[in-house]
Write a protein that binds this ligand. Structure first.
Ligand code: 13P
Length: 253
């Protein structure tokens, strides 16, 4: 198995004005200045990307967008493209978050186009998948994930997919305080890696980082990270406070 460098990412969702985002970024870089063994990413709202980048450039903290549109430019009011995210300093972009699927009608087909657009722009896609509570209760978790992965990654070659990150975020664990148990998370992560192996081959599956999201906090990060197929975390609420997020990044190895 190839060693995968962990990724700890903070999704700030629709939180923080520019000034608040800058202050948070400043405190975070101070808190994690001595961390060198994990990749760190923060995804502020679009308005704060460029201001935050001015603070984190030349530090180990990297920038991500929370979404992108698949066209490069044009008459698409309100949308932001891959090249625009790159110009604001982004290295990553979150794609297909369950909140985008739930509130903005994003489909697997949209996700597929967005992954291709992100790769085309040179961004690292963080592709979110996950089942709802009713889907889990009905024992449909793996059929739901299979559909999201199959359609989301449609027509992607192993070369094009390479470097992408998969984020498993069970919808019932997002913002609820209910984390998946380490066993539940590991079971899904190992299933996802096996999916990638069948789809793209063993070495691609071994290289791909599969991160977990859903009520990650300083108290549960270490036990999640200790599992073989969990390569990091996508953190929502607990990433808004630099001290708390810093403690997640500095989880006990
Ligand atoms: P919480 O950490 O607030 O549960 O959010 C998870 C998430 O949706 C990250 O993208």
């Amino acid at each position: 198995m190839t060693a995968r460098r962990p990724l700890i990412a903070g999704n700030w969702k629709m939180h923080k004005t520019c000034t608040e985002a800058e202050d948070t970024a400043r405190e975070l870089i101070e808190k994690v200045s001595d961390v060198s063994d994990v990749d760190i990413m923060i995804a502020p709202p679009a308005t704060a990307l460029a201001p935050v980048f001015r603070i984190i450039r030349d530090t180990p903290v990297e920038l991500g967008g929370q979404n992108l549109f698949w066209e490069k430019q044009g008459a698409y009011t309100g949308e932001v493209s891959g090249p625009m995210l790159v110009s604001a300093g982004c290295r990553y972009v979150i794609i297909g978050h369950s909140e985008r699927r739930q509130y903005f009608g994003e489909t697997d087909e949209n996700v597929n186009k967005k992954i291709k657009a992100a790769k085309d722009a040179g961004l690292i896609p963080v592709i979110c998948v996950g089942e709802s509570e009713s889907e889990r209760d009905a024992e449909n978790t793996f059929s739901v994930l299979d559909k999201q992965m199959e359609n989301g990654l449609k027509d992607l070659s192993a070369d094009l997919f390479d470097g992408s990150v998969i984020a498993y975020e069970p919808v019932w664990a997002i913002g609820t305080g209910r984390t998946a148990t380490p066993q539940q998370a590991q079971e899904v992560h190992s299933w996802l890696r096996n999916f990638l192996k069948k789809r793209f081959g063993q070495s691609s599956a071994d290289r791909t980082r599969i991160v977990y999201g859903g009520s990650v906090k300083p108290e549960n990060i270490s036990e999640l990270m200790a599992l073989g197929d969990i390569d990091g975390a996508l953190v929502g609420g607990a990433s808004l406070k630099p001290d708390t997020f810093g403690n997640i990044i500095k989880y006990k190895r």
